[in-house]
Structure formats: C-alpha cells, structure tokens
Write a new protein. Structure first.
Length: 274
C-alpha cells in the first residue's frame, strides 16, 4: 500500500525505543525532504515489554507534519479499564491526526469494515483515490455499521448492548450465576461437570496482554475424549464453541447470553450421548 502511494518509507527510532526527538531529527534530515506524513501503526496483536519507549500521538501531532494513525481495533469509548492500553480513536482525533484508521469489527463491535476519520481535506483525498471504490463497503454492511455507531451516541448504552463491550464487563457475580446454571442444566447427564476458575482472552489478538479471569464450566471428554466432544459440539446445531485446557473442554459463560445457556446445555448432552 505504501509503495503504491509513491511514498518512500523511512524508519524512525529503534525496535524498542523511539522518542519524539527521533522523529524531529528524521524530519529535519535534508535527505528525507519533502516529508509527506508520519505513519504510526499500532502493534495490535503483539507487544514489546520491558525497556520500551514510544512517542505519544500528541507529541507526533506537534511535529508539524500530517500524521496518519492506524489505531487498529477501534476503541471509541474512553475509560474502560480493560481497554486502557489500546489507542482510543477520539484521543487521536483530539490530538490532531490528519487521518485515523481503525477496524469496524474488532473492539468497535460492528461489521467487518475499515474506517478512516480525520481532517476534511485528508479524508477527501483518500475518498478520491481509485482504490477507495475497489474497497467500498456494501450497503448491508453500511447499515450494520451505522446501527453500531448510533449506539455509541450513548456510551452507557453501547457498553450494555454491543456484545464485545458487554462481554468485557460482565460482573463477576453474573458469571458465577450463569456458570452454576449451565452446570445445573448439565447435571445428571452422565458427564463430569465442574465450575472452575480460568483465564479468557479477547479474540482476534486485539488485546494480547489482557486476561479475563472468571468461572467456566469444565467438561470431561468421557470415553471418547475431549477432542471428539469439542468436534461434535462445533458441528452441532446450534454449534457450541468451547476451548480445551488441561484435557477439559471449557465453556465460558462470559460469551453466553441468558437465553443461550439452556440450548448450550442441550447441545452438550446430545453431543455426549454420541
Ligand atoms: C486489524 C488491523 C487492521 C485491519 O483491520 P480490519 O478492518 O480488521 O481488516 C489494520 N491495522 C491495524 C493496526 C489493525 O490492528
């Protein structure tokens, strides 16, 4: 994409430490003139830990060169503790980035799509590029995206109604209640069922460092083994997707709505019967 734009890419800083002064030096270097833009790309699904340093979006936006910020997952609500380390789109916009790119699905919670927001003339230039038409969003996805974004007008409502945000914030006592109910529904079905504590991760590698602790329903695979049980559940109708840890199939109440507990239990009992 960068080659297609005709830009020459200049790396700034080192793999683990990069300061605003490194950018300022690169911008001032006559070999790099004219500098068109600073591109920052969020390392969504990996992190460098320890002896690391990077320039903030505010510092980058004060260097006098338009900034393109590829923010990744699309965090529109600030103040959620689980998302504290993710770049928030409003922060980049406030900082003055010319363009902020982010995903429509990941943490935004909408359809698969890519969004570009920012300054009027920069967004206009992106819109006029021939590629914009090639990657144009279809009308049904657009309708879904609009419905998702409307929820964000009331942040409290978005946190309640967008599954990805709601699942991040399920209260501990609700998780316990759902896990116990699922375990009860499974009782007497001839499979060993236990409620245990486990760590869940957010899908798509969007939050590589976040571990969500909570109770899960652990199933013994029985005579056929845990892989066969997991296969049968995935292939069932409705499909039930669990995760395997320590030779047990874990069903996580975090990603199950109240109305899904009973159908999930029925699916497990039917899969266990073979
Ligand atoms: C996910 C991601 C993309 C691609 O976004 P999709 O809309 O999910 O295809 C681009 N850049 C970054 C930094 C990302 O995290």
């Amino acid at each position: 994409m960068i080659a297609l734009s005709g830009a020459r890419l200049v790396e700034v800083g080192t793999a683990n430490r990069t300061r605003a002064a490194d950018y300022a030096r690169a911008i001032a270097d006559p070999e790099h003139a004219p500098v068109g833009t600073i591109l920052r790309v969020h390392p969504s699904n990996f992190r460098a830990l320890g002896f690391v340093e990077e320039a903030s979006i505010e510092e980058l936006c004060q260097l006098g060169v338009p900034v393109i910020d590829d923010a990744g997952s699309g965090v529109l609500i600030e103040g959620l503790p689980q998302l504290a380390d993710e770049p928030a789109v409003p922060r980049s916009v406030r900082a003055g980035a010319a363009l902020v790119c982010f995903s429509g699905d990941k943490l935004l919670g909408g359809p698969q799509a890519g969004l570009i927001v920012g300054r009027h003339e920069a967004v206009g230039a992106a819109r006029r590029h021939p590629l914009a038409r090639a990657v144009r969003i279809d009308k049904l996805s657009l309708a879904a995206l609009e419905a998702t974004l409307r929820l964000y007008r009331e942040p409290a409502r978005a946190r309640r109604e967008l599954p990805v945000l709601a699942m991040l914030e399920v209260p501990a006592e609700e998780l316990v209640r759902r896990a116990r109910r699922l375990a009860e529904e499974l009782g007497g079905g001839g499979i060993a069922v236990q409620v245990v504590e486990a760590s869940a991760r957010v899908g798509g590698g969007a939050l590589p460092l976040v571990e969500l602790r909570g109770p899960v329903v652990a199933l013994d695979g029985g005579a056929r083994g845990v892989d066969a049980l997991a296969d049968a559940l995935r292939a069932g109708d409705p499909p039930v997707v669990g995760r395997i840890a320590d030779d047990r199939l874990l069903l996580d109440p975090r990603t199950m709505g109240e109305e899904e507990l009973e159908p999930a239990a029925r699916a497990v009992l039917s899969a266990a019967r073979g």
